[in-house]
Design a protein around this ligand. Structure first.
Ligand code: NAP
Length: 495
């Protein structure tokens, strides 16, 4: 069947309604385009901020930097907004920019295939087929929960769930709860679990580096000032932006003092918060600071020192009907297991569903790991734009800044298409290869390749395929000027 046969056609189809999907839709609306749909597999918009509804979930980037610059928010109630606040902001954006008529909920993309004869994508979804001239994949990197395949897990008799699929029905009060993992999600939910559970076991395989989280409620006066003092939101945004940019120095070669400063602050924080306990040794990180994401938490260590908490500094070996066995052979009882074990990043499901001009899927094309020119376009996949996909993660600042640079780039590509009257645009193979080589050069010698195991690196190759290894300003500068020579155009067939 041809792509065109009797299916609703839109100019742009956006997959996913998290930050990237909503941001794309707003920018399309602002540029005067109404001909788009947002396909969302869940019954509600929100992406990662809908899914990660565990107790304590919050952003560790200042709110001033976490709203779109083109849809500012002066109403954050906390300086580092909570998950419900961020989700409410996205909902508010959808209403304010009249995006609901464009949303197709419970509509999961099952296959996207480029039809060169018609110059359009055919999209099969769980709610029918669409065709689209442009496909924006806005599914993010942190959307597929990773639950380790531990032997015996299927025999466990109590609730067992991932932080990104929190079971709000599970009764934790008075129970023996086990949390596996001590990453960003774990350190946020552990203080809450400690207060509810009779006993909490924290299974820590690798101790994290933790800095204090300086967070407070905003006052009504502050919020009023943000609304009424011209330039104040912009000033605060810039202040947060530049202070976060300084963190990059701790990760890239040439600034050992920045690393020493970060490590010293984290050690002091840990030693002070755990003084007088035997936890100081087991919680001391032994890898270089910043190799994995630095965590911000002021209530994590205090929770660990409570009498109802044990830190089990061992890898988990197997699960029994009511027990967890660790690498040293010891067995501990558990009524509930919370997997704070992160996400499957290197092999996103959507990459198996998108097929390009040569009949190969993105996943096949990415045999050596995810990669996109400018982190956005892929040769052989015309009019396909990836948002917050390969090498778009950040360890130090707001992902929204990366996303906004990418949205500008997508609009520049579409503008180029319109000006030239061409049908499709894609990165050249040469530009893609050169870009990938440059990324590897920037990653080598950085903190991220000093031997720790993080979601930034593809476990199959050890290459950094998830993190942007430079400052945000470097990325914004890179995308500032559109380079036609890095792209190939497909002309429309003569009428
Ligand atoms: P994560 O950082 O990947 O942490 C996963 C944790 O699970 C690690 O402690 C890991 O230990 C442990 N783990 C994984 N497999 C295990 C196994 N088989 N046995 C024992 N332990 C195992 O995942 P996350 O905490 O969900 O965070 C992911 C990312 O989401 C963050 O880096 C951040 O970008 C984002 N996030 C942000 C916020 C925020 O803004 N505050 C909050 C949550 C998440 P090892 O270290 O030994 O591998």
């Amino acid at each position: 069947m041809t792509a065109a046969a009797h299916h609703p056609h839109v100019h742009t189809a956006v997959i996913g309604s998290g930050y990237s999907g909503i941001g794309t839709a707003i920018r399309l609306k602002q540029s005067g385009t109404d001909d788009f749909v947002i396909l969302e597999k869940a019954p509600r918009l929100g992406g990662a901020w809908r899914d990660n509804a565990y107790p304590g979930a919050a952003c560790d980037v200042p709110g001033h930097l976490y709203a779109f610059s083109f849809a500012p928010n002066t109403a954050w109630r906390t300086t580092l907004p909570t998950q419900p606040e961020v989700l409410a902001y996205l909902e508010h954006c959808a209403t304010r920019y009249a995006l609901h008529p464009h949303l197709r909920l419970n509509c999961e993309l099952t296959s996207a295939r480029w039809h060169p004869d018609e110059g359009r994508w055919r999209l099969d979804t769980t709610r029918g087929t669409y065709t689209a001239s442009v496909l924006v994949v806005a599914t993010g990197l942190l959307s597929t929960p990773h639950i380790p395949g531990l032997p015996g897990l299927e025999t466990f008799q109590g609730p067992a769930f991932h932080t990104a699929r929190w079971d709000h029905e599970a009764d934790l009060t008075g129970k023996r709860v086990a949390v596996i993992g001590t990453g960003a999600s774990a350190v946020q939910c552990i203080p809450h679990l400690q207060r509810r559970a009779a006993h909490l076991d924290v299974y820590q395989r690798t101790p994290p580096w933790v800095l204090p989280r300086l967070r407070r409620r905003t006052t009504a006066l502050e919020r009023a000032a943000l609304r009424h003092v011209p330039g104040l939101p912009r000033l605060l945004r810039h202040t947060a932006y530049w202070s976060r940019e300084l963190w990059t120095l701790a990760f890239v070669p040439g600034h050992p003092w920045a690393r020493v400063l970060a490590a010293t602050a984290a050690h002091l924080h840990r030693l002070l918060q755990l003084r007088g306990t035997a936890l100081r040794g087991p919680t001391r990180p032994s890898y270089r600071v910043g190799c994995k994401r630095i965590l911000l938490a002021s209530d994590y260590y205090p929770a660990l020192r409570q009498p109802n908490v044990d830190v089990v500094a061992q890898g988990v070996e197997k699960i029994g009907p009511r027990t967890i066995t660790t690498a040293d052979g010891s067995r501990r009882p558990a009524d509930v297991i919370v997997f704070a074990t992160g996400f499957r990043v290197y092999d996103p499901p959507v990459s198996h569903r998108v097929t390009g001009t040569d009949g190969r899927t993105l996943a096949e094309h990415w045999g050596e790991g995810m990669a996109a020119h400018n982190n956005v376009t892929v040769p052989g996949f015309p009019n396909l734009f990836l948002l917050l996909g390969p090498n778009s993660g950040l360890g130090h600042s707001s992902l929204v800044l990366m996303l906004e640079a990418q949205l500008d780039h997508v609009l520049a590509c579409l503008g180029h298409l319109e000006r030239t009257g061409a049908q499709a645009i894609e990165a050249t193979r040469e530009a893609w290869h050169t870009y990938r080589r440059q990324l590897r050069d920037h990653t080598s010698g950085s903190t991220w390749t000093t031997g720790c195991d993080s979601w930034y690196l593809d476990p199959r190759t050890g290459h950094n395929t998830a993190l942007w290894p430079r400052s945000v300003i470097a990325y914004r500068n890179l995308l500032r000027a559109f380079r036609p020579q890095d792209h190939t155009l497909t002309r429309r067939p003569a009428p």
